[in-house]
Design a protein around this ligand. Sequence first.
Ligand code: NAI
Length: 416
Amino acid sequence: MSTPRFPNPSAPISTNVPLRVLLLENIHASAEQLLAAEGFVVERVAGALKPEELKERLRGVHLLGIRSKTTVPESALEHAENLLSIGAFCIGTNQIELTAANTHGIPCFNAPFSNTRSVAEMVIAEVIVLTRQLFDRSREVHTGQWRKVATGSHEVRGKTLGIIGYGHIGSQLGIIAEALGMRVLYYDVMTKLPLGNSRSVPTLAELLAQADFITLHVPATPSTNMMMGAKELAQMKKGAFLINASRGSVVDIPALAQALQSKHLGGAAVDVYPQEPETNSDGFVTELQGLPNVVLTPHIGGSTEEAQEAIGREVATSLIKFVRSGATTSAVNFPQVEVPLIPGTHRILNVHRNIPGVLRDINRIVSDLNANIHAQMLSTDSNIGYLVMDLDQDVSAPVCDAIAALNTDIKTRIVS
Ligand code: NAI
């Protein structure tokens, strides 16, 4: 692991000025509305910025909002002296150098769960589409064929939905499926409270043996890598359907193609793939193309206008809470602290290098000014400590200046 690089101590950041926000990549207007309502000055840019341009545009900016196409390297953070926080208005945060942001005292927020409903609804649609072979019938009529058949077409009422991964998406999906009269079983490595009449099963094999539809809602981890391979597909009921809108690493695509060609499975819906094109203009090839009753979508499970709006609200709210109170809960690269504001106290936020003696130095500064610490909450990771401190006396400015002058200081500000 490379040694973390820390910025030189600098003056406290003043938030006693209208805060400047830079929103890139057409972030949903819901974000701008919330940020502007706080009195922040919001500047919008339609596209992504290249790192050099980003570096220039970040001067004087307090909050940066990006989506997936703007990379934020350490070089862009080094000169962003006023930058308090970054909002990734999307799910992934790989585009940000998260460790560098951490050592520069910049928490990064994303919106991992704002699009869960969109995924659940798409999967429900696919359950019905697959069991009625709707896409194949539709394609036939588009090409002038009239195949009015009932054989092999079924209602979903009374059928069993097997959910692998009963988290945010899986559990919502179970509720909607029950409303359609489905029986819901799930398998999860964690103990999860069943919602409605859904029931957990102890092993994946049991789920595969019982379900008419298997749908995957697990994260990409070593334990889920290729968890649906030839062996597991063979354990599914004959004629059952597989749906994957989780991650491309979870299903062995050649084995799935084989299970479909041999007619062991009745169909599949796949939204995510081991390798996905970077842009909409790149071509795409998969072994699943052209197979009957196979629905292929381009990773759109969470892509709805409602999800974009919810993402805008969720990330903007995290940024506002961080500005107003220092709350870092749900930050992806930062020690987690959330302390309610106490009326009549004066809050200072400090990020420092995580080395022995920092708290002692800070407490000495406070006591030398005859101030009393009303509340103090410190959370650390291997690089940094994040301190939220409420003082009874309004000596925040001299305390803040003195803390910022410590050579362990990374970022200090008064909550105003
Ligand atoms: P979550 O974190 O709320 O739930 C995941 C669940 O999977 C947890 O309950 C966890 O205990 C369980 N799990 C982990 N490893 C497991 C294993 N080996 N076997 C069984 N269960 C296991 O995640 P959420 O929000 O429900 O998302 C699920 C997946 O959906 C993620 O991979 C996410 O990337 C993907 N997703 C896809 C979208 C799309 O556009 N297609 C949009 C949003 C999310």
